[in-house]
Write a protein that binds this ligand. Structure first.
Ligand SMILES: N[C@@H](CCC(=O)N[C@@H](CS)C(=O)NCC(=O)O)C(=O)O
Length: 257
């Protein structure tokens, strides 16, 4: 199949998009990436009819929105290289954990990190738009205040919201440690990589910034505040942190094309 028959609409910085890229890469499925500019993306995703968020996968003309729905769709449509265990109970468990990390880790990582970045004017747009062409980054600098205002409202970047995101993130590492008995070589369900592992590792990757990942970036490093550094240092001794690094090192397949 040619790449053009499978198109992933995304924001490069979005960790939900990273989850879908990983699902596709782990299954060896080629795809073409179309980067949308946040805000302007609505013109495209509304036409696709999947809601207002990315990722959206268009597979042979069929549009699927929501990273969890895409993960399940890919398992049904492309059963080779399965990312769901064969047994019914383990399968249900993997789906349950995928949903758990998608809901809690995804929201908390975004809320906590953007909460830190908006405290330094200009940082959030610089990190968000790092992978776009120069004119987009330039406009981002011009309208940085508006972008930061939107992020504050959309992701509830107030002291209570940020504190609750921080507590949730600690719970995410505790949950990984519970499920894997603090052994970074173990998977969340069964003996092989599943959609649950991909969800947990990808959605925590903005915080962990595994080497070579989207979040281990020039702007990400330049805008790492003392508070971000301190929280990373505090979490980095946890087995759950080592687990995320191990999934990236050992299980993050390269794109098929
Ligand atoms: N539940 C969705 C969440 C995706 C999501 O929140 N995407 C963000 C980027 S990280 C987005 O598209 N935001 C733009 C908007 O909400 O209009 C999924 O798993 O795909």
């Amino acid at each position: 199949m040619s790449q053009a028959e499978r198109i992933l609409y995304q924001f490069p910085i979005s960790h939900y998009c990273e989850k879908t890229r990983w699902n596709l890469d782990a299954k060896g499925l080629p795809y073409e990436l179309r980067n949308l500019v946040p805000g302007v993306h609505l013109l495209v995703v509304k036409r696709l009819g999947t809601g207002h968020t990315v990722p959206v996968l268009v597979d042979q003309g069929k549009a699927i929105g929501d990273s969890a729905a895409i993960a399940v769709y890919l398992e049904q449509a492309y059963p080779a290289r399965p990312l769901l265990p064969a047994g019914e109970a383990e399968r249900a468990r993997a789906l349950e954990l995928e949903a758990y990390f998608s809901k809690h880790a995804g929201r908390a990582a975004r809320q906590w990190l953007y909460g830190q970045l908006v405290a330094s004017p200009g940082s959030a747009p610089a990190v968000m738009l790092e992978q776009y062409a120069a004119p987009v980054r330039f406009i981002g600098r011009l309208i940085a205040k508006n972008i930061e205002g939107t992020l504050r409202k959309q992701y509830r970047l107030n002291p209570e919201g940020i504190a609750s995101a921080r507590a949730t993130l600690i719970e995410m590492f505790e949950r990984i440690e519970l499920e894997t008995q603090s052994d970074p070589t173990r998977y969340l369900v069964g003996d092989t990589l599943s959609i649950a592992d991909i969800a947990a590792a990808s959605l925590l990757s903005p915080l962990v910034a595994p080497p070579g990942s989207t979040y281990d970036s020039k702007e990400g490093k330049a805008h790492e505040t003392a508070a971000i550094r301190a929280f990373r240092a505090e979490l980095s001794t946890r087995p759950g942190w080592a687990w995320v690094l191990a999934r990236y090192k050992n299980d993050r397949s390269a794109p098929a094309s």
